[in-house]
Ligand binder design. Structure first.
Ligand SMILES: [Zn+2]
Length: 312
């Protein structure tokens, strides 16, 4: 068992010992933020220049092969300390934070990003870290290290997700003694919601969902982002099916391009813009266009529901 208090003391000691991480956390308190309401959801937009590293990350196979993996213990900065968790993970302070308390949780082995068989771990971690949301970016959906399996975690009160879902209509599709699976189709971010009493039951429900989601040729799993947090009664896993990694207008050249590389945090309601120009012009039209391009829509979700209903 690892508690929120333990990882917060890790953060505190790392801020004292690791000047560049401390500078990035200090800079976070100065970042510009604006609020947007769109389609029944509350969003926040964060101007965060330190995230250019991640948003601009080259994630094609050749670029990944050419760089040293920053999640492997041999290549991590000397001052980065970790806390072992769950027998096969280590909890690290994320030196390029979006959240005021932001952690990366890599597997101790250099294995590809894949959620297969790891959802119970994700739910267990979320249930242990009270007040934190544990999240996962698929290898083609925002993970800047698709070659090294990892989760991340950040303080939940920073994300509008839980509050957005409190107000949303969740239609239940499947129910068993220890987990339920519902769908939220009324919001601009379409999602599936699994409420699990035990991590194992949550994983079983996720497997059922995952087998009903489309997998593109050459991909190892459905395109998705996931976020998990404790609701008190259960651990909630939010699955956001995706159909595209970055919007068509992603880029840094040309007036109409924006440096937007949406991942789980963005799907949870905080859009990160590493460039001031993009922060300033980001509006509900940007949101609408981005979500339409990268997220599954009502029609795609309906197909998943049909497949789900044909399963037991
Ligand atoms: Zn690695």
């Amino acid at each position: 068992m690892t508690s929120a208090r333990e990882i917060e003391s890790l953060l505190q000691s790392q801020l004292n010992e690791w000047p560049s991480a401390a500078a990035n956390y200090a800079a976070l308190t100065e970042v510009k933020v604006k609020d947007l309401d769109f389609g029944g959801m509350h969003f926040r937009v964060q101007f965060n220049p330190a995230r250019a590293v991640s948003s601009g990350a080259k994630v094609d196979a050749a670029s990944i092969k050419a760089r040293k993996c920053f999640l492997c213990s041999d290549n991590r900065p000397e001052c980065q300390q970790g806390m072992e968790w769950g027998g096969r993970y280590v909890i690290l302070v994320n030196p390029f934070p979006i959240f005021p308390r932001h952690f990366t949780v890599p597997c101790t082995d250099h294995v590809p990003q894949s959620c297969r068989g790891a959802v119970a771990d994700m739910l267990r971690l979320a249930s242990e870290l009270e007040g934190y949301t544990v999240f996962y970016n698929g290898p083609c959906c925002g993970a800047s290290a698709p070659d090294h399996f990892h989760f991340q975690a950040g303080n939940s009160d920073f994300l509008p997700l839980a509050a957005n879902l409190e107000k949303a209509d969740i239609s239940i599709l499947k129910n068993c003694a220890e987990a339920s699976l519902g769908i939220v189709d009324s919001l601009p971010v379409k999602m599936f919601v699994i409420d699990a009493i035990t991590p194992e039951a949550g994983e079983q429900m996720f497997d059922l969902l995952s087998e009903s989601l489309p997998v593109a040729d050459g991909d190892s799993e459905p395109m998705l982002n996931m976020l998990a947090y404790s609701t008190g009664r259960a651990t909630r896993l939010v699955v956001v099916p995706r159909k595209r990694h970055r919007p068509s207008f992603y880029g840094t050249e040309g007036d109409s391009c924006m440096m937007l590389s949406p991942a789980a945090v963005d799907m949870g309601g905080v859009f990160v813009t590493p460039r001031l120009v993009d922060f300033e012009r980001f509006d509900t039209d940007t949101l609408s266009r981005t979500l339409k391009e990268i997220c599954s829509g009502t029609d795609e979700l309906a197909e998943v529901v049909v497949k789900l209903q044909n399963r037991n």
